[in-house]
Design a protein around this ligand. Sequence first.
Ligand code: PMP
Length: 378
Amino acid sequence: RTAITGVSVIVSVASLFYAYKTSSRLTDLAPPKNGVEELIGNTPMVLLPSLSKFTGCKIYAKLELANPAGSAKDRVALNIVRTAETQGLLTRGHRDVVFEGTSGSTGISIATICNALGYQSHISLPDDTSPEKLALLECLGAHVKKVKPASIVDPDQYVNAAKKACKLLNEEGHGNKGIFADQFENEANWTIHYQNTGPEIYQQLGGRINAFIAGCGTGGTIGGVSRYLKERLGDSVHTILADPQGSGFYNRINYGVMYDHVEKEGSRRRHQVDTIVEGIGLNRITRNFKCCEEYIDSSIRVTDEQAIKMAKYLCVNDGLFIGSSTAVNAVAAVRVAQEMPAGSTLVLIACDSGSRHLSKFWKEASAVRNDIQLCDIV
Ligand code: PMP
């Protein structure tokens, strides 16, 4: 009987402790939001235990994939819309139109935000865009215009097509206004990462950050965050651009020259046609990149094969199902950590989830063996 009483005392104490732990977690809950707009940003930060153990450093991921439309582009789309509203170029509830040329996450963020705020979205994209992205845009009610893949210097290229469609709407004056979102050149992009993403990262890690790692598509994320962190922490933080194969940023950052192979200025990055990683890498200098280039210290090149293996590794070992650009960042983070003093703190951007990349990237990644080792990746 004494033994039974002892056990029940232990069980009661354990359940009280569990109740205490659970309730203390419940007090961390955020109050209700007034709409999807308010769900954007304040994304979680998570330690990547397997990479941290391997390197002896603390490697964190800023989970931008937790934004309501699934990527860091929610912040950018919302800031582009808000900036246009303050300039009187869009009016909420008037069914005004946001135009963009994009085959990536930006279209999905724009379509979502337009739905939430009473606008329409018009997305031009190349007709070889992956079927899941196309289906998603159509589900979201975006007006989708498919065009032939072409160089940016071609007037019918998808970015130019969006710009032209916007101009036409405004000239014809049907009662709706239109804006061209222009994520590559519009400075509402890097500024929101400078104003929000950077400060969030700084606060979440108590200012103890030795390295920041991100890829570069428009340059908004790496530029805005690096600029903020450098201004706060100076040279005690290293800012590193993780660049996929076929992209020119690696040579631009490390050696000051953009073009390292066959492509001429303005052409599409080859990987958008031939390779697996999506959303990052380019061979032209955009305004968002240029505004913050001086705050980026160095670049690391990552192959598709390394990214594919890393995605599988993180999925199997840490339970994190990531997209291709996040995998590129994770490979670069491990390489950086291996060169840093033990105990250093690194943070990488987890831009989107694996579910956006099922038909291409994850088709390859799912074939990688479950027992893959980090030393076989980096
Ligand atoms: N990852 C993914 C999946 C993206 O779609 C993008 C944007 N194209 C990026 C990373 C890069 O972000 P940024 O445009 O801010 O450089």
